[in-house]
Design a protein around this ligand. Structure first.
Ligand SMILES: *Cc1c(COP(=O)(O)O)cnc(C)c1O
Length: 372
């Protein structure tokens, strides 16, 4: 075997992930064509069962995307006009976009500097008589500090919607001694199967999971225009259905999810040990992480990014503008300085390749470029 000289490393290599399961994926897709079950059907139901079991919750509802998972959960819970939802400004747009789309008002709480997740110590000060829910986001694959969040929610009678789009399979060991997987602690958890998530399909897809079976059944109705019986509508829902073709692909990929996580953790451990040219991520003592992203931090981030880009190492800034400072939310009246940790993170973070199939040589190459 010849050792290849590495001259570039992508941020994510979907081809490498696809290669060993190619034939099974093709067969799964062709089976859907042969069945002509193009809407709902057995593949969706089978995936819902498998994901419910994986997340250790009784109820899972396949939906059209991670964004729609959030929207349909909010709609079903009756959150809308006049309601406030507390969330983090350091997230992908969809978190906050969904709150606004149902007519509610997002209220931003700054993040914890170490984990980039919502800082529970700052939540209570933002609760008003309009607050209906807290929406923590498990950013980069690490769960938010859920014990204090759940305690605050209980005390103030608030719903908790976990944006677990980046965190399927991530876990949190609660003070009660139980280890929960993402999505199992809040009232609902929302997953995304966007291709770059740890469990990605070949298009858009998502899932809502819930420990509350009755709520799960209502979400199921809202997923298809609020109709229990076709053409008889009890509520106004939407078309939020998961494509069976995507469900079929996900059923092929789900059995490999744990080894996908393990591969990322192994790569992360090497970075944690060897990187000196930037700060490595911190993992909360109650959490593990699935490293949907491996995000380093540097006060000289832009120079670091240039070094990586010049050396053809894939990298990305998640996220360059915190949500409270986005133009489309200017009417909410936030200004620079309102969430200083989120703002500082936006200036200093950089995500680097951590995907499972990275070779030892590729990892060494990335380490060398970062350490300079
Ligand atoms: C990916 C993502 C979403 C949205 O998922 P889609 O499937 O792309 O709609 C929502 N929230 C977070 C934090 C995400 O990373």
């Amino acid at each position: 075997m010849t050792t290849q000289t590495i001259t570039s490393v992508p941020l994510l290599d979907l081809q490498a992930q696809y290669e060993p399961i190619k034939e099974d994926v093709k067969k799964a897709i062709l089976d859907v064509f042969d069945s002509k079950q193009f809407i709902q059907g057995p593949k969706v139901i089978e995936l819902e069962k498998a994901v419910a079991e994986y997340a250790n919750v009784p109820s899972a509802i396949g939906v059209s995307s991670g964004t729609d998972a959030l929207v349909v959960a909010l709609m079903t819970m009756g959150i809308g006009q006049g309601d406030e939802v507390i969330t983090t400004p350091f997230t992908f747009f969809a978190t906050v976009g969904s709150i606004v789309r149902v007519g509610a008002t997002p209220v931003f709480v700054d993040i914890d500097r170490e984990t980039y997740n919502i800082d529970p110590a700052l939540i209570e000060a933002k609760i008003t008589d309009k607050t209906k829910a807290i929406m923590p986001v498990h950013i980069f694959g690490q769960m938010a500090d859920m014990d204090p969040i759940m305690a605050i929610a209980k005390k103030h009678d608030l719903l908790v919607i976990e944006d677990a789009a980046q965190a399927i399979g991530s876990s949190y060991t609660s003070e009660d001694g139980t280890t929960y997987r993402a999505g199992a602690m809040g009232d609902v958890g929302c997953f995304s199967f966007f291709p770059s998530k740890n469990l990605g399909c070949c298009g858009d897809g998502g899932m809502v999971v819930t420990k509350n079976v009755e709520l799960g059944e209502r979400i199921r109705l809202f997923r298809t225009h609020g109709a229990q019986k076709k053409y008889y509508h009890d509520f106004v829902g939407g078309n939020f259905r998961l494509d069976p073709m995507q469900a079929a692909v996900l059923l092929v990929k789900l059995p490999f999810l744990e080894s996908q996580h393990a591969g990322r953790r192994k790569n992360a451990a090497i970075y944690n040990e060897q990187l000196t040219g930037a700060s490595v991520p911190s993992i909360h003592e109650k959490c593990d992480t699935i490293y949907n992203q491996y995000t380093v931090r540097s006060t000289d981030r832009d120079a670091l990014q240039e070094r990586l880009t010049t050396a053809k190492v894939g990298n990305a800034i998640y996220y360059p503008v915190p949500l409270h400072l986005q133009n489309c939310f200017s009417e909410l009246g936030y200004k620079e300085g309102d969430c200083p940790e989120a703002e500082s993170a936006a200036n200093e973070v950089l995500s680097i390749p951590v995907f499972t199939e990275l070779s030892k040589e590729q990892l060494e190459y990335v380490v060398d470029v970062i350490n300079g």
